[in-house]
Design a protein around this ligand. Structure first.
Ligand code: SAM
Ligand code: SF4
Ligand code: SF4
Length: 359
């Protein structure tokens, strides 16, 4: 199957059309009263995995037109957007992709972002480059990492992730991150019914007592290439019930209002897990996340069909007030709640790919 890259859909910047934001005013609210708290920054659209739910090889094969280098935002441009977003209320930045550790000299960007006061700096990775980079990232100022791992056996791992690495390499990455002080580490497992759900109990058992927080993510209909079907979604409540039968669980209060993962802890004190129920229990009402794509477009929802081209402003000489007003305008116009209004028809809509927008 060939798919046209879904990234050119960008609105010309509707700057200030509708923005009431003025310099120094602080946090803007969107149409549903949600504030801007999190910024996810995609630093590359490339990856060394081809996860079937994200970058299936039939689509993202040898001749996929990834972004040319000059299209990417520079570290200086990314940092400038991050600084302006922080001035507008962002308190947490997550570096993502694609596989963010493939971006050359990433630690230089981390060092630049680490200078932003009062902002938590995290990164999501498939983990295979962590043995090489964890220490450098920590020294540059990264606070924590989340590592994706969908199975503990190589056969299932390959079926899910279509990668040229064994599971042991990701486990080494997790250990390297722990040793470097990038904890508490979260481990994300996307659950696809019929493909890797037989490994749920083994994952729970492996990460009990480790100090790492294992989180189960419902398979989502993000993008247009992963052939998503509702019957391949295993509801989080089933995941919790299955683990609870082996290792009794009890619910835990969220760390903060709007936390995406629902928390559970083992009654025997062996640690905690989280479940992210984006499909069966939407959490749009508390979604405070803005996304910056690799080439500098802003997206207000993971399931967006259109972005807003901030790069044109950055490269066109806009001053900080202008950038602030532009970001605020995008946020103030935001009315997204895709997961709450998902219907049988919406999964087939043409949407931005996760590897481009950043998970
Ligand atoms: N490459 C890095 C990684 O895999 O951790 C960062 C980018 S990846 C797009 C971010 C997260 O999105 C990963 O934890 C991945 O498992 C998750 N993800 C990707 N596609 C998904 C889908 N269709 N449903 C649920 N989660 C998905
Ligand atoms: Fe790569 Fe992450 Fe997407 Fe897997 S989920 S293909 S590791 S970007
Ligand atoms: Fe946020 Fe969009 Fe996900 Fe809802 S569907 S939680 S608005 S990213």
């Amino acid at each position: 199957m060939k798919v046209i890259p879904i990234r050119e859909a960008a609105t010309p910047f509707a700057l200030a059309a509708g923005s009431t934001h003025r310099s120094g005013e602080g946090a803007p609210l969107d149409q549903r009263g949600r504030s801007l708290r999190d910024l996810r920054i995609s630093v590359t659209d490339r990856c060394n995995f081809r996860c079937i739910y994200c970058m299936p090889r039939e689509v993202f094969g040898n001749d996929y037109p990834f972004l040319p280098r000059e299209e990417l935002l520079s570290f200086e441009e990314i940092t400038r957007v991050a600084r302006r977003a922080a001035a507008l209320g962002v308190r947490k930045i997550r570096i993502t992709g694609g596989e963010p550790l493939l971006r050359k000299d990433l630690e230089r960007l981390i060092a630049m972002l680490a200078e932003l006061d009062g902002v938590e700096l995290t990164l999501t990775t498939n983990g295979v480059l962590l043995p090489k980079l964890a220490r450098r990232l920590k020294e540059a100022g990264l606070h924590r990492v989340t590592v994706s791992l969908d199975a503990l056996d190589d056969e299932t791992f390959r079926r899910m992730n279509d990668a040229d690495f064994p599971v042991s390499r990701v486990l080494e990455g997790i250990a390297a991150a722990r040793d470097a002080g990038l904890g508490p580490i979260k481990v994300n497992m996307v659950v696809k019914r019929g493909t890797n759900d037989h490994g749920i109990e083994a994952m729970a058992s492996h990460f009990r007592h480790s100090g790492h927080i294992l989180r189960f993510i419902e398979f989502m209909d993000v993008g247009s290439s992963n052939g998503w079907k509702m019957d391949e979604v295993l509801p989080s409540r089933d995941v919790v019930a299955r683990i609870d039968r082996l290792f009794p669980l009890e619910p835990v209060e969220p760390n903060y209002q709007g936390e995406v993962a629902a928390r559970w802890r083992y009654r025997d004190g062996a640690g905690e897990i989280g479940v992210i129920s984006s499909v069966t229990q939407a959490f749009c009402s508390s979604c405070t996340r803005l996304r910056l794509s690799t080439e500098g477009k802003l997206y207000t929802c993971l399931f967006a069909q259109q972005g807003h081209d901030l790069r044109a402003l950055l490269r066109g000489g806009a001053d900080d007030d202008h950038i602030d007003a532009a970001i605020a305008a995008v946020w103030q116009q935001r009315d997204d709640r895709y997961s709450e209004i998902r219907t049988a028809a919406t999964p087939t809509a043409r949407k931005i790919e996760m590897s481009y927008i950043g998970g």
